[in-house]
Design a protein around this ligand. Sequence first.
Ligand SMILES: Cc1ncc(C[n+]2csc(CCOP(=O)(O)OP(=O)(O)O)c2C)c(N)n1
Ligand SMILES: [Mg+2]
Length: 322
Amino acid sequence: MSVKISEEKLFSFYEEMLFYRRFEERVLRAYTQRMFAGFCHVHIGQEAVCVGIQGLLEAHDYVLSGYRSHTQAIAKGLSAASVFGELLGKATGCSKGKGGSMHMFSEEHRFLGGNGIVGAQAPLAVGAAFSLKYKKQKNISVCYLGDAAMNQGAVFEAMNMAAVWCLPVLFVIENNQYGMGTHIKRVTSVDSLAKRALAFDMEHSSVDGMSVVSVYEHCAPIVEKMKKTGAPYLLEVNTYRYKGHSVSDPGLYRSKEELESYQARDPLIQAETILLQSKKFTKNQLEELNQKVKEKVKKAEEEALSAPFPEKEEAFKDVFVS
Ligand SMILES: Cc1ncc(C[n+]2csc(CCOP(=O)(O)OP(=O)(O)O)c2C)c(N)n1
Ligand SMILES: [Mg+2]
């Protein structure tokens, strides 16, 4: 089955990507204004990945991720205010203000984190997929991983188990070419991470992650097939992060030219060009959308700011004791 995205769907994806871009920019500003502390990793430049993939998911599909997951959480249905609130440590945060940037979570929305341990989401995603199979639910478990996470042992064990037990995990490798300041070529022997699936006899492919159209059209048949067969899949998405690894990284290990070569293929610019060329949308409409999105971000931030901090007693709740 080949899928062609409609202009209307692309418009809504454009709005979503724009919202995530402005949201993350606001998060970065909030951090530099010392409104919150701790770690903070933004997803700027990689918006097309979660929008294209999560645009194909249903409420009962699971999503699991690493620490760069503010917008993936929103794409799974968590409110932007509850994500911002979590960053600010507010009681209304999706993890009651106890997790912060790396621990977005909502059982209700089947977004099972947010994980600070590189690769730790892979075994969890396999567990979620096992529960789907056990309960005979025709859903999938999406597991986002970075390129550097692909060199973690637990990830291979998880992939092997998913293949042996035929579990519906879509492993999405967001290959942004860097693990902190280390370029992929210095630590990874293969030129395409999709090849790693060969070790598990798992279906696999690679796609251009700078284009939301490519991601969506490429993934639509994959997701549809997975829901029928329940078999795992490894997808490499070639993307790029525009900002440093975290807020404290000025990104001196890469050249300006490299960054600019990706920005020239920016997912927002690409979508905007197609929308305008289609003549179904005007420049004015896109500008209005920009205003609307800025207002939405402002509202989410204001809602989070006006929310209370947790009561002291909360510190003793949700604590795991074995
Ligand atoms: C098990 C483990 N080892 C090392 C780290 C330190 N660390 C945090 S992020 C990171 C790089 C991960 O890069 P990648 O998987 O490519 O994801 P990206 O940051 O590019 O999204 C490392 C090594 C960690 N958090 N957990
Ligand atoms: Mg990376």
